[in-house]
Design a protein around this ligand. Structure first.
Ligand code: UGA
Length: 463
């Protein structure tokens, strides 16, 4: 989608959202699970004029939400939650059963974490499905929003039927979410597409109603069967993961040949068939989606007696990239890590989020600690979460505190404040000027000029 089109859709959408509560038949919607996906979904659907009840069994979280506090860092989300709560279209409850009984469409947005064997852990989704079965008190549409293995829709239908008492009337649907953490609200409001997977036509009218402003704004809607919708979600995430691993592998080659990966990515991406997005080399993909979804996709294929060779390779390259970063830090510090102070800037798995799940920063912190270094960690928003994952590191109130007297600086997340580092000041504060840039955001000419020993990914020339 080009910029002009996105902008046009945004304008139409703003107009539609402002009139939505008055123009459309509002649907009674339940969202079970108030994580990154559920909370954004609930708030944005309420902004479209639907009557949305968000439920979570975490009573503390619900208490905080009812007090106007947003438990996650997600730009723009507080404004939408405040607005919709005030206009009365959004509310929160710690009683999912009551919420299910009051709703016509129930979105399942609970977690599907990775199990030890790499499969998606379905216990939370299944638990919600059973709860829905027990609370069916009229026709309902049960729609999966969580990323669920192909075949889940079919399985849930059976589970719900088995848990229900007496005659039941319901449909199951899949409506995969494609938003990215850090730009979730914008991604939800201006999506590239909306996908509905249903096995009958009956749920479509309500689903279209719920998303009416997006449809009216010209966003493409794709209706498929449930298994196809479930596959679209996994295939899209896997493809993006492949793209990242591809450029990370090319970056490793550039490191050996002296070519500049940044220009290589640009030169490739300008070919419209390839596209410039998701070609930024880095410390390997992390977060709550790509690592888990690619593994689950591979597992699902194995159940159908096939290997998704390209996706498996992307996972192997990603593991290798994480080791490659450690090797580069080791080399840059000439193997002298013990008793050194290393400042790790950026703990979130990417910028604009406080999420540290599968964050490459965690690997780096653990490695440095293992080698006997003192780790001075700093992140604008993810410190509290990383403290739980790596309590042995030292957490600093500011970037300057982390850098002061450091023997080396490692930039792990592409936060804006790390893109414009005052390198002269940083050099003056450090014990010795050593910097590793895992995101290719620190200006290389300036590093050279100031006499830093430095390295980045794929010999990138950063201007
Ligand atoms: C990803 C997808 O982009 C969303 O479309 C999808 O809805 C979501 O997963 C999900 O399944 O819920 P997310 O994990 O929030 O979104 O973040 P991304 O921006 O996709 O980044 C994922 C990882 O790839 C991060 O570690 C990021 O640093 C890395 N990445 C991304 C790169 O290393 N290079 C790039 O060019 C892009």
């Amino acid at each position: 989608m080009n910029f002009q089109m996105t902008f046009k859709r945004l304008i139409v959408l703003v107009l539609m959202v402002s009139v939505a509560p008055h123009m459309y038949a509002s649907r009674k919607v339940a969202v079970i699970g108030t994580g990154y996906v559920g909370l954004v979904l609930g708030a944005c659907l309420a902004d479209f004029g639907n009557d949305v009840l968000c439920a979570d069994i975490d009573t503390d979280k619900i208490k905080r939400l009812n007090n106007g506090e947003i438990p996650i860092y997600e730009p723009g989300l507080k404004e939408v939650v405040d607005r919709t709560c005030k206009q009365g279209t959004l509310s929160f409850s710690d009683d999912p059963e009551a919420v299910i009984r009051q709703s016509e469409v129930v979105f399942i947005a609970v977690g599907t974490p990775m199990s030890d064997d790499g499969k998606a852990d379905m216990r939370y989704v299944d638990g919600v499905a059973k709860m829905i079965g027990k609370n069916l008190n009229g026709y309902k549409i049960i729609c999966t929003k969580s990323t669920v293995p192909i075949g889940t829709g079919k399985r849930l239908r059976k589970l719900i039927k088995e848990s229900a008492v007496g005659a039941v009337d319901f449909d199951v649907a899949s409506n995969p979410e494609f938003l990215k953490e850090g730009s979730a609200v914008k991604d939800f409001l201006v999506p590239d597409r909306v996908v509905f997977g249903t096995d009958t036509d009956r749920p479509l009218e309500a689903l279209y109603d719920i998303y009416r402003p997006l449809h009216a704004a010209g966003v493409p809607f794709l209706c498929t069967d449930i298994a196809t919708a479930e596959t679209i979600k996994y295939a899209a995430n896997a493809f993006l993961a492949v793209k990242i691993s591809f450029i990370n592998e090319v970056a490793q080659l550039c490191d050996r040949t002296g070519a500049d990966v940044k220009s290589v990515a640009k030169g490739m991406g300008l070919d419209n068939r390839i596209g410039t997005k998701f070609l930024n080399p880095g410390p390997g993909f992390g977060g709550s989606c790509f690592p888990k979804d690619t593994c689950a996709f591979v597992h699902k294929a194995k159940q159908s007696f096939m290997d998704l060779k390209i996706v498996e390779a992307a996972l192997a390259v990603n593991d290798n990239q994480k080791r490659f970063i450690l090797k580069k830090i080791h080399e840059l510090m000439n193997g002298c890590i013990e008793k050194k102070k290393v400042a790790v800037l950026g703990l979130a798995f990417k910028a604009n989020t406080d999420d540290v799940r599968y964050s490459p920063s965690l690997n780096v912190i653990e490695y440095l600690l293992e080698q006997g270094a003192t780790v001075a960690a700093y992140d604008p928003v993810a410190m509290e979460n990383m403290k739980k994952a790596a309590p042995q590191a030292m957490y600093c109130e500011s970037m300057i505190e982390a850098i002061t007297d450091a023997d080396a600086v490692v930039v792990m997340t592409e936060w804006d404040e790390f893109c414009s580092l005052d390198l002269t000041r940083i050099k003056s504060l450090m014990k010795q000027p050593i910097l590793f840039d895992a995101r290719n955001i620190v200006k290389t000419a300036q590093l050279k000029e100031l006499g830093f020993a430095f390295a980045n990914i794929g010999n990138a020339k950063v201007e």
